[in-house]
Design a binder for this molecule. Structure first.
Ligand SMILES: [Zn+2]
Ligand SMILES: [Zn+2]
Length: 311
């Protein structure tokens, strides 16, 4: 990581400003779905000692919360940017382990259309476990009552405590406008306006004017990144993919994610004050190159986040 954006290293050592500004902690900084021995799957948390808002919930998010010294009962809100499994696989663990640990209280899950379907599938998979627990007096769980799902879309706004949240549809999915697929599959970028600063989170997206507007003037832009060349060459070494399919995959990475140059352009056009890079599959060598490339477009501070960094 770099501390140029105010990073304070491991979350357990995070300090808070006089107004207890919420920290943005990168629980998992890998892009999905390839397993990594260094980075966990995409997940973040906005935490201010009183409440934890989990933003995307990749595989392993619950254990990463523990490493960040954030108690599971503090998590009352989850926001999903989109429903690709690298951003949602940890939701099963988060809901299930609340259930197993008998953590009472409400959990609200915000996400794009389809979120209710995903949460209902998880809920129904706990029938057996719930049945077991209902035989223990005092330990029944009302999953339906405890979990609320709020589906959000382009332009949705809501308030969580002192934080205003705004969603904007982005270009991660590229279905024709107005098509049934475009309604069903939506990927959202998010903006968090806190009492002390504003944070824009790209989620997964290709270049997008809407994301530029959403991020306009933000104190911190948390952005995904990719390197289509590197990612496709890694794929070709590990999987028997025919060259034509490989070219199509590379094109998708070019259109549906952000290269270093596009991250720099986004940051500069949106006039954000700083950038934090996550959802990051880059090798160390390519990260150095990406830092220079972003710097050609954007002159503010840029940090490449590691897991459990706090900003
Ligand atoms: Zn992703
Ligand atoms: Zn995705």
């Amino acid at each position: 990581m770099s501390d140029e954006v105010g990073g304070v290293g491991a979350a357990s050592t995070a300090t808070h400003g006089p107004q207890h500004a919420p920290s943005w902690i990168t629980l998992g900084t890998m892009s999905g779905p390839i397993p990594s021995d260094v980075r966990h799957q995409p997940a973040n948390v906005l935490y201010d000692d009183a409440s934890a808002i989990v933003v995307d919930c990749g595989d392993g998010a619950v254990d990463q919360l523990r490493k960040a010294a954030i108690p599971l009962p503090a998590v009352r809100t989850v926001i999903l940017s989109h429903l690709h499994v690298d951003h949602t696989a940890g939701l099963y663990g988060l809901i299930g382990r609340r259930l197993q640990a008998h953590i009472p209280g409400a959990l609200t899950i915000y996400g794009p259309p389809g979120t209710l379907r995903v949460v209902n599938a998880i809920r129904s998979s706990f029938d057996f476990a719930s049945g077991l627990m209902s035989r223990v007096p005092g330990l029944t769980h009302q999953l339906d009552a405890e979990i609320t799902v709020v589906e959000i879309t382009d332009g949705s706004q809501f308030t969580l405590g002192r934080i205003d949240v705004t969603a904007a549809i982005n270009t991660h999915y590229r279905y024709p406008e107005g098509s049934p697929e475009a309604k069903r599959y939506q990927s959202l970028s998010l903006r968090f306006d806190t009492p002390t600063r504003s944070i824009a989170y790209t989620g997964d997206t290709g270049p997008s004017e809407k994301v530029e507007q959403l991020a306009r003037g933000a104190d911190m832009l948390v952005s995904e990144i990719t390197d289509p060349e590197q990612v496709t060459s890694q794929l070709s070494r590990t999987l028997p993919i025919p060259p034509a399919a490989l070219a199509a995959i590379k094109r998708r990475f070019e259109l549906e994610h952000l290269t270093a140059d596009e991250v720099g352009l986004l940051a500069s056009r949106a006039e954000v004050k700083s950038v934090v890079i996550t959802h990051n599959p880059l090798t160390a060598e390519n990260m150095d190159r990406a830092r220079d490339t972003i710097g050609c477009r954007f002159t503010g501070p840029v940090a490449f986040a590691d897991d459990l960094d706090s900003y």
